[in-house]
Ligand binder design. Structure first.
Ligand code: CS2
Ligand code: MN
Length: 387
């Protein structure tokens, strides 16, 4: 299990340098967030991201996400062009040495919350969701007021996309997912890439939009659509766990033992009532993260994990869910659980040994596939690469 953090690129208010100071961190998950879904990704920009990550002696462990365009999810005529772009982006990702691609198949909205900064009694704030609040917002004029993802679209665009899904039944969305996988998985196989679908968050239909990746039956179905090891899961405890009928450790045992979990998000939530939850701190809430980590370890999972979201604590301000401090605490909790179960000391990273770090200037020409190993050698990092 490799501990990672998500980094939103050079524009992120949390720097790579600060992320690299988190003990036990092995790698970074990132993407070319500034590009529009459906456009192919330029390899040179991916190579630049890799350089920035490796200078911190971290590994570029995966892409989250190459987004799936609405045209692909809706099965519109442009989908062929968008799928070709998707495949070419995946090939570019593979060429810079990154072999994990996360994606989701949620119509219009990615994760959805009704409050991005609910104040808690201890002075921290957290993301929360209440179906009742969402229903109120919907009856008060639609999703424009929804905090978060709705801001990605203009009000007109949002209305147009919502209307485009009006006639869509869940089965149509499944057909479009099957079509997407039939094109993408062979390319993933040819490039040694593992595709990892993130479940829907929350795992039920919202705002009249279908949502299909919600439970064990759905995960089995998506894996059966393309029975290839390249077709796998990004197992998100917080997303699936919002439905108390989902037994998280049991689900992990089932899918990890088949080698189909390629990536995991490990965060907690506190279920407050039907379809109502709060993103609680990692060690506390309705989910047993210790049991989740145990299920991963016991079933031979060796891929990247991340703490996913955190609260805002100690007065930090930033992108909802993606501050530094609480994600760092969550990461350390996961590291402790993992190390207790494996009885292995976490690999020491550059900088944790006390040796001075002077990587020197890095240019596009002197950085290469061997940079990470080179840095590790130069600074006396013991043992093999962690992946
Ligand atoms: C992530 C999702 O921030 C988050 O909650 O778990 O946005 C995730 O990146 C996507 O759904 C994966 O495509
Ligand atoms: Mn997640």
């Amino acid at each position: 299990m490799i501990l990672t953090e998500r980094w939103f690129g050079p524009q992120d208010s949390v720097s790579l340098k600060h992320l690299a100071q988190i003990p036990s961190l092995g790698g970074i998950i990132t993407a070319l967030y500034e590009l529009v879904p459906g456009e192919p990704w330029p390899e040179d920009r991916l190579a630049r991201l890799r350089e920035l990550i490796e200078v911190q002696a971290l590994r570029f462990c995966g892409v989250e996400s190459i987004p799936v365009s609405e045209a692909i999810k809706l099965g519109l005529p442009e989908r062929d062009r968008h799928i070709d772009s998707y495949c070419s982006s995946m090939e570019a990702v593979a060429r810079v040495g990154v072999k994990l691609v996360c994606y989701n198949f949620m119509p219009v909205f990615d994760w959805t919350r009704t409050n991005l900064a609910e104040e808690l009694p201890d002075g921290s704030t957290a993301l929360s969701f209440s179906q009742a609040d969402l229903d109120t917002l919907e009856s008060a004029g639609g999703p424009e007021g929804l905090p978060g993802w709705a801001a990605r679209y203009s009000a007109g665009e949002l209305r147009a996309w919502m209307a485009a899904y009006k006639q869509m039944e869940p089965e149509n969305l499944w057909e479009n997912l099957a079509f997407f996988l039939s094109r993408v998985i062979p390319v993933a196989e040819a490039n040694g890439v593992k595709m990892a679908i993130h479940p829907d968050d929350p795992p039920w239909p919202i705002l009249g939009l279908p949502r299909i990746i919600t439970d064990s039956a759905a995960l089995r179905r998506v894996l059966a659509l393309a029975p290839s090891p390249a077709n796998g899961l990004a197992f998100c405890t917080g997303s699936l766990g919002a439905n108390p009928a989902n037994d998280i450790p049991e689900m992990i045992r089932e899918f990890a033992s088949q080698g189909r979990i390629h990536y995991a998000h490990l965060r907690n939530i506190l279920i407050r009532g039907p379809k109502s939850f709060l993103e609680s701190a990692h060690p506390s809430g309705s989910l047993n993260l210790a049991a989740a980590v145990r299920a991963l370890v016991d079933n031979g999972f060796s891929g990247p994990v991340r703490a996913d979201h955190g609260r805002m604590i100690w007065g930090e301000q930033g992108r909802p869910g993606y501050g530094l401090f609480d994600r760092a605490l969550g990461t350390m909790y996961i590291a402790g659980l993992r190390d207790a179960l494996t009885s292995k000391a976490a690999p020491r990273r550059l900088g944790e040994s006390g040796a001075p770090i002077q990587p020197g200037p890095v240019t596009a020409s002197n950085i290469s596939g061997s940079t990470f190993s080179g840095l590790r050698r130069n600074f006396g990092f013991p043992g093999p690469d962690p992946m």
